[in-house]
Write a protein that binds this ligand. Structure first.
Ligand code: BDR
Ligand code: CA
Length: 313
C-alpha cells in the first residue's frame, strides 16, 4: 500500500515531538507533506520553532514547517508550561533550528495542499488545539470533501479531563474550533485521554528507547524523563502518557487500537464543563455517529513499534 499523505498540525510539546519522529521514521506508511504549528502548549513563536527543532533532530530539513494561528478562534490562549516546561520541549538540550520557517500561513498551506492533491488522499493529524483546522474549514469549505480523514488527539470520556475536571487540554483551549471539526461530517478518528493514559512510558520502556543509543533516542528519553514528572505527581502513574504518538501509531498499525463509532459533541457554553467531549459511548441517544472514539490499545506492541521505528532515525 502506498504511504498515506498527511499534514501534522501540532503544538510541540514533548509528546508531539515523539509523534512527529514516529511519522518521519515510517516512510513506508506515512508521507509527511508538511507540519503546521498552532498555539497551544506554548505560544506559536515557540511551537513553530520546536517543530523545526524536531525536524532537524530527525535530519529532515526538507519538511516544510508553517506557522498558523497564534490564538484560539474566540478566546484568549491557555498554555501548559506547567506540563511541558518553559520552552515546550524541556528535557534535552537541542540546538536552535537553522532550517527556515515557511512564509505561507499554515491555514493557507492546508487549503492549498488539499486543493492540489487528489481528492480523498490527504489525512490531517491534529495534535493540539484545532484552531488551524477549523479556520481552514471556515475559510475554504470546499476542502472538507477533499480530506481523507482527520485523526486527532483530544477529548476524554472515562478519564473526563486533565486541564479542568471536565475537559482535555486540546479541546478546552479552542472549543469553538473543536465544535467546527466535530460537526464537519469529515471522518474522524479520536484519541482521547482514555487511550493515551494507557500509552505510558514506564522506566523499562524509556530505558529501551535510551538504549538505542542514537542522538534521537537520547533526546526522546530525555523528553519523556522531563514530561513524566507531571503525570507521576498528579496521577501516581508509572510514567508519561504518550498522548500524541497514538495518532501516528494508529496510521501505521490501526489494529493496535480498539474503539467505538459514536456521537461526540463539544460543550462550548457552560463555564463549568467548557470543552467537554460529550461522548455517547453507551449509545443512549440517537444523535448521529460522527467519530471513531478510541478506548484502548495494546501498549506493549505500541512501545515495540515506537522503539523499532525510533531506532531508524
Ligand atoms: C494534549 O495536550 C498537550 O499537553 C499534549 O501535547 C497533548 O496533545 C493532552 O491533553
Ligand atoms: Ca500536543
Amino acid at each position: 500500500m502506498a504511504a498515506q499523505k498527511i499534514i501534522i498540525d501540532t503544538d510541540p510539546g514533548q509528546d508531539d515531538a515523539v509523534a512527529i519522529l514516529l511519522a518521519l521514521a515510517s516512510p513506508e506508511d506515512i508521507e509527511v507533506l508538511g507540519i503546521t504549528a498552532v498555539a497551544g502548549n506554548v505560544p506559536l513563536e515557540l511551537t513553530q520553532k520546536n517543530a523545526r527543532i524536531v525536524c532537524e533532530l530527525a535530519g529532515r530539513t526538507d519538511i516544510p514547517v508553517f506557522a498558523g494561528c497564534d490564538r484560539p478562534m474566540n478566546r484568549p490562549l491557555v498554555t501548559a508550561e506547567h506540563v511541558h516546561g518553559k520552552t515546550g520541549l524541556d528535557g534535552p538540550t537541542l540546538p536552535d533550528p537553522q532550517m527556515p520557517l515557511q512564509d505561507r500561513h499554515a491555514v493557507d498551506f492546508i487549503i492549498d495542499t488539499l486543493r492540489a492533491e487528489p481528492e480523498g488522499t490527504v489525512t490531517l493529524c491534529p495534535l493540539g488545539p484545532l484552531t488551524n483546522i477549523a479556520t481552514a474549514l471556515r475559510k475554504a469549505p470546499d476542502i472538507a470533501a477533499r480530506i481523507r480523514r482527520i485523526v486527532l488527539m483530544g477529548g476524554a470520556y472515562f478519564e473526563v479531563g486533565n486541564i479542568t475536571p471536565a475537559a482535555e487540554f486540546n479541546i478546552y483551549v479552542d472549543p469553538e474550533a473543536a465544535d467546527v471539526v466535530f460537526r464537519s461530517g469529515i471522518e474522524l478518528v479520536v484519541m482521547p485521554l482514555d487511550v493515551t493514559h494507557r500509552a505510558l512510558v514506564t522506566g523499562p520502556r524509556n530505558a529501551a528507547i535510551r538504549a538505542i543509543g542514537t542522538p534521537v533516542a537520547e533526546a526522546v528519553a530525555d523528553m519523556t524523563d522531563f514530561f513524566e514528572r507531571f503525570d507521576k505527581a498528579k496521577y501516581g502513574s508509572d510514567g508519561a502518557p504518550l498522548h500524541d504518538p497514538c495518532v501516528t501509531a494508529w496510521l501505521i498499525a490501526p489494529d493496535l487500537f480498539t474503539g467505538r463509532h459514536i456521537n461526540v459533541e463539544i460543550e462550548t457554553t457552560s463555564p463549568l464543563t467548557l470543552g467537554m467531549t460529550v461522548a455517547d459511548w453507551w449509545g443512549v441517544t440517537d444523535r448521529p455517529k460522527n467519530a471513531t472514539f478510541i478506548g484502548d490499545l495494546d501498549s506493549d506492541r505500541f512501545f515495540a513499534l515506537l522503539t523499532e521505528r525510533l531506532a531508524r532515525l
